[in-house]
Design a protein. Sequence first.
Length: 56
Amino acid sequence: MAENYTDPSGNTQAFRAFAADTTETPAESSSRTGLIIGVAVLVVLLVALAGWLAVN
């Protein structure tokens, strides 16, 4: 381990900053939501294309 390593639980202020760090959670959920919406739109377009081809 490096000599200048600071344990976040070493003092209260550092621990609170460490515990309050939630920068990754919103990014993951929004990217997953966008992926689900994109797949749903693609499925709707494929079903519409198949229906249009069946009619013609």
